[in-house]
Design a protein around this ligand. Sequence first.
Ligand code: SF4
Length: 365
Amino acid sequence: MLYLHIPYCHRKCTYCAFYSAVTSADKQAYVDALCRELADRHTEQPHPLHTVYMGGGTPTILSIPQLKQIADTINNYYDLTQLCEATIEANPEDLTPQYLQGLRSLRLFNRLSIGVQSFSDADLMILNRRHSSQQSVQAVVDAAQAGFDNISIDLIYGLPGQSLDQWRSNLSQAARLPISHLSAYALTVEEGTMLHRQVGQGRVALADDEMVLSHYDALQQWCSQEGFAQYEVSNYSRQGRRSKHNSRYWDRTPYLGVGAAAHSFNGTQRRWNIADVKRYVATFEHESETLSPTDAYNEYMMTALRTVEGIDKQLVDIRFRDVLERKISRFVQAGLIDDTPTHYQPTPAGLLQADGIASDLFELP
Ligand code: SF4
């Protein structure tokens, strides 16, 4: 698994807590550095790659020649004979027919993840998005026409002022588009974001829990009507179209991450590159830590409980199995977890409370 981080955006969305720089500066020095890191660290990925994911930030802020330079470097240093999925995150306003043809010509990406967020222009303005609803619709249609048959879109629900009918209308619009995957997130307010300040100053009023829950219920209904199945708290797909890359994160497959702020995991150790473009380009600064058995157990609880498959009992370190069985029994009794012979599986109600349940199952280091 290979992850590439492109830490640039055209502008900052109000809710965004990811590391990304808003700049019109030339990005070539960053692309050159990323390619150097790809070359330098290729021996850390001795096996053929199954998935590639380019995220951000906004990867489609790069020109096609810059993306080609990265694609060529991957081709030169990595074994792609078993590659089955290569995703690039994209913002709708970048996906002109010409740019889409350029993406196809790279012969790397076979999946697009498009940051639509809402089909309402009023919502997009509140979120400080750069595109219109019409641009999003056109981008998905043009992407399908360009030959992308595996398209995901992101939507956010529980937005300030968003009624249930408005959310349903977003879902109806999504159903009319040629998509095979939907990532749908409840809006969260992270410290340090513009949204956090706006809420603190009383300029934006958040949706209440009841409204957010009604949006979530509408989403579940939409899924069963439209042939999508939930496979993680925020992810829904048509048959056979789960994100292979993200699913592997959740079952703790090792991965290599390159670029500023990118994380890597080799099975026992996590490494993260510095979240600062200038210092990344100049020095490739990074830090790492070896996970203790307790860290690994806690991480597994956090990720596995967000998936419909839940906790695979065989993947739990034998040292923690008894204590897990004791702690999880109250969630089983409360109908939040199904105890099957092989798994502890969250029920639909349990999935909604996944993070809270996981933190109750944590062990102290
Ligand atoms: S485009 Fe994505 S990464 Fe960039 S600011 Fe908006 S949400 Fe954050």
